[in-house]
Design a protein around this ligand. Structure first.
Ligand code: ATR
Length: 286
């Protein structure tokens, strides 16, 4: 889907998730709306685990204009949508639902463009012709694969604790980087070095990280963790300790995927740097 719908004032938006209390999306979209002078509401709604379809149906039936969808409902949203964008179909997951003028619900996935935009436009990193490593092969990785591959890295290796999942993922996206996309277990990392390393495992949520050889890094390696928080993650600490050239958490990706959703809904592109800065500062002071 390339065309954003013309907005009407005062429309209702929400993020559906479980849990959703900590979501920064309402604050981010409020900042976007204020900046772009849009009259819109945006709420965080906790949806029961087996109730997504009913809740999303009720939201749109009652005039809701758009939804962001977060864990654990991105797969449910994929099935809920009447039509899918190419990137959502490829990801197998939807994080943005929009009601078109004719009432059809369009599913899209803005996570991958959010990541790529943060790395390239905000952080100034390069993916083209670089050697890229992704740690993890879960839902988050499916969501970001296509936009990453469209940047034409020289090679992309996906490694996962469960090697078969990484191998299957590499096979699924192989046509986008013929001969240069591979998947395997952590043992595939021996004697390899990467320019960009992306941690997409959920290990960090419990303060852990996969055990990695420090030889992965060169003095120009850039390390990105998809998660964020007031403190650096275990992966970020490991990267800094081994003298990575640059280290980032995923807060910029969060804001950029939100900006892409906002564009789909309102047809306007908010300025994101000041929003990233404000969200970071709020996070560090609460
Ligand atoms: P998400 O939507 O965040 O990707 P997910 O689909 O549950 O969540 O995927 C979690 C990923 O983190 C998987 O790649 C998982 O590895 P497995 O497929 O082997 O389960 C990875 N992961 C979780 N905990 C991990 C740990 N302690 N060490 C290494 N990898 C871990």
């Amino acid at each position: 889907m390339s065309e954003a719908q013309a907005p009407s004032p005062g429309e209702r938006y929400a993020v559906f998730g479980n849990p959703v209390k900590q979501s920064k999306s309402p604050a981010i979209h409020r900042m976007f709306a204020e900046q772009c002078e849009q009259v819109m509401q945006y709420r965080a709604v906790r949806v029961e685990l087996d109730d997504f379809e009913r809740a999303a149906g009720a939201f749109f039936d009652s005039g809701g204009a758009g939804l962001n969808v977060t864990v654990p409902f991105k797969h449910d949203a994929f099935h809920f949508a009447d039509q899918l964008s190419d990137r959502a179909r490829r990801a197998g997951a939807v994080n943005t639902l929009s009601r078109r003028a004719d009432g059809a619900i369009i599913g899209d996935n803005t996570d991958g463009v959010g990541l790529v935009c943060d790395m390239i436009a905000n952080l100034g990193w390069t993916l083209r012709d670089r050697r890229v490593l992704i740690l993890g092969a879960g839902g988050a990785v499916h969501g970001v694969m296509e936009p990453l591959l469209l940047e034409r890295p020289q090679a992309l290796l996906v490694v996962n604790r469960t090697a078969e999942k990484a191998a299957a993922l590499a096979q699924q996206f192989a046509d986008l980087l013929p001969g240069a996309l591979h998947g395997g277990g952590l043992d595939a990392l021996a004697d390899q070095q990467f320019d960009v390393i992306i941690n997409a495992t959920s290990a960090g949520l419990s303060g852990e990280m996969p055990s990695l050889p420090s030889s992965l890094l060169t003095e120009r390696s850039c390390c990105y963790d998809l998660v964020y928080g007031p403190e650096p993650t275990a992966f970020m600490r490991w990267s800094a300790h081994h003298a990575a050239w640059a280290v980032s958490d995923g807060l910029g990706m969060l804001v950029e995927q939100a900006a892409e959703s906002f564009y789909l809904w309102r047809g306007l592109r908010p300025e994101t740097r000041s929003v990233i800065h404000r969200v970071r500062s709020d996070m560090e002071h609460t």
